[in-house]
Design a protein around this ligand. Structure first.
Ligand SMILES: [Zn+2]
Length: 993
């Protein structure tokens, strides 16, 4: 593993010229294990950064500065449209085709307020260059058909097609997407902040598009924006991974041939500093039945330093973390303890993706009459900090966090290269030094030196950039139950007026155009067009599975798994406690126990003191609740896992804290307990609208298997209702709650229940084991025998009411075990149905933001889901029809290959060292062996259309009997759907009245 701790030596030198490029600079950055190259294309001036590492997940991204000059959303509509197709790749949706036919580990496009970025990643070199080749062509030579503009941007149509007497409406994917965004509180806050903090800059416009303004964008303006900004001269290419720089340059030279340098000024102008603070009032929508008391969101936002002034930005980043980053942060604590609101506003913190940084802090669930009090409190607190300074321990903790997160190899849903890319663009886009933000060790050293030279630096800069900085706004966002209704009325009046301004022949022309668009959407791509996309051969797919090293051992008497992996000096420790002894009545309390244990004081220390110790010694501490089937589905596993991560040198202290938190936690601080419960309640509530399909899946799954029932009970609406009830009746419930948590702790924290999981390099494993063995003596022996609770599973056909204009539909079936012979075919069909049948019917034709299916043998579920869906009844019908699709239709050999490739791509998605250690633990619990995984992979690779068909006919004819349905939507839409559904949805409310 030692070679990975290194990085590739430089292969080119500054000043060298190659393939028409000039190397401007070469730097080695051992802290993040890369050699960095800054390069320019001589003919066009295109800028390139390559971070050469030993990581085989290579990333390729093209970015353009795309400053908007209005709120028509042209950068966003263009982002959607260029990926539709190019002259060379004349398909209707190349993006979707790449998703379903490559081993991409990441493929996406992002519109920011001032830039647009197109990244792709893959672990297979041939696949990587295929993706990069197509992506570059799409971006530089898009077809930009009129139909694409109408479909992605906006067009007029009649609410009843062909009925010229029906309402004229605006439609379009970006238009509908932004209509959704403009009814979410969080995005409305951002809009208000940007418009008012940067009133004279491009940030006053919405690059995503304001639904009131989007319809004024013309096709010509759309094409012109591309011509102006999507040139190599205005491009920044970001490359990361183990492919040689010279190979990238040879490829890029081919991609950029034929282009000349263009004359373009895309620089982002600075906002002049305001001399007076301002107050802004605005509103956001809430549900009709929700109480509007204590629902105002109050924030203060400052425009602070320039992004390119890295030294200042970094100090301000640390100050931001000191002020609000942990529960020991003085400004966060003052706001929460004041009782003026329930918890910190969701936009609190530093925003770094703008030319001039913004810092924001505030409270949600406040009274609007308290806005001045909140402002006063913020300033009084800042005044005290400026006078007394921050505690040294808090500063040390934040410096440790910067060091830790600089060192850690992270891959969540994004590849590691993406986080480095974000870092580079923060300065690069504004013509600052692109590499300055990457050298974490040097950055910390600098800060430490400045802190030693001037021990008051943090408070002085707090005074300069916050207390004495008049460039700030106070924003008061009040709830408005009629928000959507008023918007809708204004829109209808506008459309009626527009309609009456058209002549009969003009109306007929609008209808004809809408019909032509529908026809265009339904047409199949020709086989010739489909054949233009470079294909990966099945032989290019690695046959072997990736294994994770695992060693069984004992720490004291406790069984342990050890994973010797390269972790860059970080140890990951998981303590998994078995839940088999937890009685049914205590099950709903488990998530609260996790939340409370990790957020309260312990061992005689207050929660702030514990929070400070955590920041000083750990990179993070958290818990997870897991339920699933074993590989053969003969048994279930249910675990509560506490996890932390720490640098080796901090392991002894971190393990002491772990001991205090788990075995000596304090359950007496009522005010803190109440705050933690409110925070959990608010987080669960605000998670529903952004991930309604997941909530719908949990609700339906609970009818089908025990693991899915637990998932709903711990994370779904059942848990939300439980937490709301506990929060609302806290004063009467607290005694009982404390007793329940106390008994849970006794039942759970015993030697018999525990398995330890360690992921680190050899040295780290040893330090972790030595220190853990010290604390395990404190762990008692179990007093009770295993009595696994077996609740009965209620049938579910539910309509769950939430304030939203769109629906989330779930249709869920029972699915077989991992070792079942049908498993591989079900995995392929879930992927292929998502990519083709459901995509076409639910998104392209139905107008929903997304439609998908998934197969999860661990929960024992096969699910059909829709996201931000205008339909309910039609969608349920499409889900039912989808089950018959492969039994009634022949899947072609080419489609079969694509399905195999994208399924393998999904299971081969690389994960972080922490993720690999954790996955290995879960496989061990489920009894999934490497030979089972090998067989599963072979089954996928040897799939044939006939095998797929036979398996699905068999499976769906049986499984349909187990179907459960849950729909999250507005009461109006649910009632409307019930007038047409044979079996009626049973309606329920989840938000407190
Ligand atoms: Zn979009």
């Amino acid at each position: 593993m030692s070679d990975q701790s290194n990085f590739p030596r430089p292969t080119l030198q500054a000043g060298e010229e190659l393939h028409g490029f000039k190397v401007l600079r070469v730097e080695t950055l051992p802290g993040i294990r890369v050699t960095a190259y800054e390069i320019e294309h001589q003919k066009t001036g295109a800028k390139i950064i390559h971070l050469h590492s030993f990581d085989r997940e290579n990333l390729y991204a093209i970015g353009f500065r795309t400053p908007p000059s209005d709120s028509t959303g042209v950068p966003h509509i263009l982002e959607h449209s260029v990926l539709a197709g190019s002259g060379k790749y004349p398909l209707k949706d190349v993006f979707k085709e790449l998703m379903r036919s490559t081993l991409q580990t990441f493929i996406n496009a992002f519109t920011y307020p001032d830039k647009t970025i197109y990244p792709v990643a893959s672990q297979i070199k041939t696949d990587f260059f295929n993706l990069a080749r197509v992506y570059t062509d799409l971006v530089l030579h898009p077809r930009m058909l009129k139909e694409t503009f109408l479909q992605e941007g906006h067009h007029l149509e009649f609410s009843v097609p062909d009925d010229l007497g029906s309402d004229l409406i605006v439609s379009g994917i970006v238009y509908n997407e932004m209509k959704g965004a403009y009814s979410s509180a969080d995005s409305l806050i951002y809009k208000v902040l940007q418009e008012n903090l940067y009133p004279d800059s491009i940030y006053a416009f919405d690059s995503g598009g304001d639904p009131d303004v989007i319809p004024s964008l013309t096709y010509e303006q759309f094409r012109e924006f591309h011509r102006a900004f999507y040139s190599p001269t205005n491009a920044r290419f970001f490359l990361y991974g183990d492919i040689d720089t010279s190979e990238h340059l040879a490829f890029l030279s081919e991609m950029l041939s034929g282009f000349e340098r263009t004359n373009i000024d895309s620089s982002i102008k600075s906002q002049n500093r305001l001399t007076e603070p301002r107050t802004i009032q605005s509103t956001y929508p809430i549900g009709k039945d929700e109480p509007i008391e204590h629902k105002t969101i109050t924030n203060i936002a400052w425009m602070i330093s320039d992004n390119t002034d890295y030294e200042t930005s970094l100090v301000l980043e640390i100050i931001s973390a000191l002020l609000v980053g942990s529960s020991a942060s003085p400004l966060r604590k003052a706001l929460i303890d004041s009782g003026l609101g329930e918890d910190l506003s969701p936009v609190s913190g530093l925003e770094a993706d703008l030319k001039q940084l913004m810092f924001c802090v505030g409270l949600r669930n406040t009274q609007s009459s308290d806005a001045q009090k909140i402002e006063q409190l913020i300033f009084d607190t800042l005044q005290n900090i400026v006078a007394d300074g921050f505690e040294n321990e808090l500063i040390e903790g934040m410096l440790h966090q910067v060091e830790f997160h600089g060192k850690e190899i992270v891959r969540g849903s994004y590849p590691f290269g993406i986080s480095l890319m974000g870092n580079v663009f923060q300065t690069w886009l504004y013509d600052g030094d692109p590499l300055i933000g990457l050298d974490f060790p040097k950055a910390i050293e600098n800060i430490r030196r400045r802190w030693t030279d001037d021990p008051q630096i943090f408070q002085k800069m707090t005074k300069q950039w916050f207390l004495d900085n008049p460039h700030r706004i106070l924003t008061i966002m009040e709830p408005d139950a009629d928000f959507n209704e008023k918007k809708e009325k204004k829109y209808q009046e506008k459309m009626a007026k527009l309609k009456s301004s058209f002549s009969a022949s003009e109306l007929a022309r609008i209808n004809a155009q809408a019909k032509e668009l529908k026809k265009f959407q339904e047409e199949q791509d020709s086989p010739e067009a489909a054949a233009t996309i470079p294909k990966l051969r099945i032989e290019d797919i690695p046959r072997s599975i990736e294994t994770i090293p695992i060693q069984n051992s004992l720490i004291g008497e406790v069984p342990a798994l050890e994973h010797d992996l390269f972790t860059n000096g970080i140890a990951y420790v998981d303590l998994a406690f078995d839940l088999a002894r937890v009685p049914e009545e205590l099950q709903p309390y488990l998530p609260l126990m996790g939340k409370i244990i990790s957020g309260m004081g312990a061992a005689g220390l207050t929660y702030e003191e514990i929070a400070k110790r955590i920041a000083l010694t750990m990179g993070g501490f958290g818990y997870d609740l897991v339920a699933g089937f074993s590989a053969d589905a003969q048994t279930t596993l249910q675990k509560m896992v506490f996890s932390f991560k720490a640098l080796y040198r901090n392991l002894p202290d971190a393990i002491n804290i772990l001991r205090d938190i788990l075995f000596d936690g304090d359950l007496n601080n009522e005010a803190r307990m109440r705050d933690l419960i409110s925070e959990r309640k608010n987080n669960l509530q605000s998670a529903i609208v952004p991930s309604g399909h997941i909530f719908a899946k949990m609700a339906a799954g609970a009818a089908i298997t025990l693991p899915a029932y637990r998932d709903e009970q711990w994370n779904g609406r059942t848990q939300l209702k439980f937490v709301q009830n506990t929060a609302n009746n806290f004063s009467t419930a607290k005694q009982d709650l404390r007793e329940k948590l106390e008994s849970l702790r006794k039942i759970l924290f015993t030697k018999e229940n525990l398995v330890i999981n360690l992921t680190a390099e050899t040295d780290g494993l040893k330090i972790a084991k030595d220190n853990l063995s010290r604390i395990l003596d404190k762990l008692p022996v179990a007093a009770t025998a295993k009595t696994e609770a077996k609740p009965s599973l209620p049938s579910v056909f539910a309509g769950i009411c939430i304030p939203t204009q769109v629906s989330y539909v779930a249709y869920v079936l029972e699915a077989p075990a991992y070792t079942d012979p049908s498993c591989a075919m079900l995995m392929i069909s879930a992927k292929e149905l998502s990519n083709s049948y459901l995509y076409k019917h639910i998104r392209v034709q139905g107008g929903a933001y997304g439609g998908m299916s998934s197969f999860d043998p661990s929960l024992g579920l096969f699910s059909f889901l829709s996201y931000r869906d205008p339909h309910i009844e039609e969608t349920l019908q499409i889900f039912k029809d989808a089950q018959d699709f492969y039994s009634k239709n022949e899947i072609s050999f080419a489609d079969m290959e694509k399905a195999i490739i994208s399924t393998i791509g999904m299971i081969d998605k690389p994960s972080s060292p922490a993720g690999r250690g954790y996955t290995s633990l879960m496989r061990d619990f489920a009894g999934i062996t490497d030979s089972m995984r090998r067989k599963f992979r072979d089954d996928i690779l040897s799939a044939t259309p006939q095998k797929l068909k036979d398996t699905l006919v068999d499976y769906f004819s049986q499984a349909a009997k187990s179907a459960a349905v849950a729909v999250y939507s507005s009461p109006e839409k649910l009632n409307e759907a019930n007038t047409r559904l044979k079996e009626k949805l049973i309606l329920e409310n989840i938000f407190e009245a």
